[in-house]
Write a protein that binds this ligand. Structure first.
Ligand SMILES: [Zn+2]
Length: 442
């Protein structure tokens, strides 16, 4: 057998980039105190032309262009000429409520006028409206509306999504939402991690029967999700007037027994001990944390629990306050970012969230990029597979119409993406840099 026949056969080769941010070295442990050094930036130059190749969707080579043919058979590979652009890993959005029906744009005027959320809720708006629209919608309607949202998110660079249920609030619809997420993953190819969030709110029909809701709906859905493997995580909205710490503990202990990993919405509207609770429960991630105490943040940092910060919600809810990212970094915490896309806060773009993190929470461009990729992957236990560009991992990448990573937060709300690559396939292509198979490497 000739030597080259044993080489790995590449399907895609990315070449001629200006700068590539690999974020390598953080797959087993999240990145604490991110700096430019944490990004593993490769600046291409004529003397050191680096290429990235993938085989069966996984990265099989990162190295000098001049050496690739020793290791990899590129004769049938598609070559992407990145034309001296910036390349980063695809974004990981570790907190979304992206599955629901309808919308609530009519509430925006009320929010602008300062009408309190509880007032909106009293008049049948807020979450209750989305629950009613979602329950009434057919599977096809929910699939189509969610698919379009996920497609727009993908087009703005998100290659892996965490999506929570939580707009059904009854066994039937919560299960239906998780089934639809499985369909969107298995049939439509979106890389989704599903989270069961039946403990999102207490629906009208259980208003004065909290105990019954937890037993008849939350626990029942956990049982179904566990038996049918419909979700990886179970989340609870721990907040004054929503779910109390004792209730959250009962729900998360039950879900852990059933094999669903715990997450928590903590200290979003008030300091309700959510961050301390999250640390004690050793959750997979603690999210929001706007009003978290220093003690709570310290406890999370000590346990290296990813803290998913969601600056988009601060903006869309007019709260005028962001989570204290700087304090978290000082304490050695693990900071991740998500959109928190929901009918209340319709933000699909991680590029926009990165800008907000920078301008709103004073996170540096390097901290933002770590938080939106590899640390976000840790927040959904996927860092072995996505979040950085390393041999063995999925080739999920963004080719920007930019030269260096600092421009991502700097260019507020400019969509500067040329291509998005998921599992070694170009899924979004806005320029004509793709050459036909093998013409360069054969
Ligand atoms: Zn949320």
């Amino acid at each position: 057998m000739k030597k080259e026949e044993r080489r790995i056969r590449a399907e895609l080769v990315l070449s001629n980039f200006g700068q590539v941010v690999t974020l390598s070295g953080h797959s087993s442990e999240p990145c604490i105190h991110p700096s430019e050094d944490s990004l593993s930036v490769i600046q291409n130059s004529d003397s050191k032309r680096i290429v990235i190749a993938s085989s069966e969707g996984r990265i099989c080579y990162i190295g000098r262009e001049s050496d690739i043919r020793q290791y990899v058979d590129t004769s049938s590979a598609i070559e992407i000429d990145c034309k001296q652009s910036l390349v980063t890993p695809g974004f990981v959005d570790s907190h979304t409520h992206a599955i629901f029906a309808g919308s609530r744009e009519e509430e925006l005027e009320l929010k602008v006028k300062g009408v309190p959320y509880l007032e909106i809720l009293k008049h049948g708006g807020g979450i209750l409206k989305t629950v009613s629209q979602t329950r009434k919608a057919s599977d096809e309607e929910i699939i189509e509306q969610t698919r379009r949202r996920l497609s727009r998110m993908l087009a703005s660079g998100t290659t892996t999504f965490e999506v929570k249920s939580g707009y059904g609030l009854c066994v039937e619809t919560e299960t239906r939402l998780l089934e639809i997420l499985s369909y969107l993953r298995e049939v439509k190819g979106f890389d989704i991690e599903s989270t069961l969030l039946s403990a999102h709110a207490i629906p009208e029909e259980y208003k004065n029967r909290r105990r019954e809701y937890i037993k008849e709906v939350v626990k029942e859905t956990i049982e179904i999700a566990s038996k049918r493997r419909l979700a990886t995580f179970c989340d609870v909205f721990l907040e004054k007037g929503v779910f109390e710490p004792e209730e959250a503990r009962e729900i998360l202990n039950f879900s852990t027994e059933k094999g669903l990993l715990p997450k928590v919405h903590a200290d979003e509207f008030s300091d309700h001990g959510g961050s301390e609770f999250a640390a004690r429960m050793n959750v997979v991630s603690a999210d929001h944390l706007l009003y978290a105490s220093r003690n709570g943040l310290e406890a999370l940092a000590r346990r290296k629990i990813p803290c998913v910060l969601l600056p988009g919600t601060s903006l869309s809810s007019f709260v005028g306050l962001y989570a204290n990212a700087r304090e978290l970094f000082d304490l050695g915490g693990v900071v991740a970012l998500g959109t928190d896309l929901s009918p209340n806060s319709w933000i699909e773009s991680m590029q926009f969230v990165i800008s907000l993190a920078c301008y709103g929470m004073r996170m540096t461009p390097a901290e933002c990029l770590v938080a939106a990729t590899v640390n976000s992957a840790h927040a959904i236990r996927r860092a072995d597979d996505v979040g950085s560009l390393e041999v063995g991992k999925s080739l999920d990448a963004i080719v920007f119409d930019l030269e260096n990573y600092r421009e991502i937060p700097y260019r507020i709300s400019s969509d500067c993406i040329k291509k998005v690559i998921k599992r070694g396939k170009v899924v979004i292509d806005r320029d004509l840099g793709t050459r036909s198979a093998g013409n360069h490497y054969s």
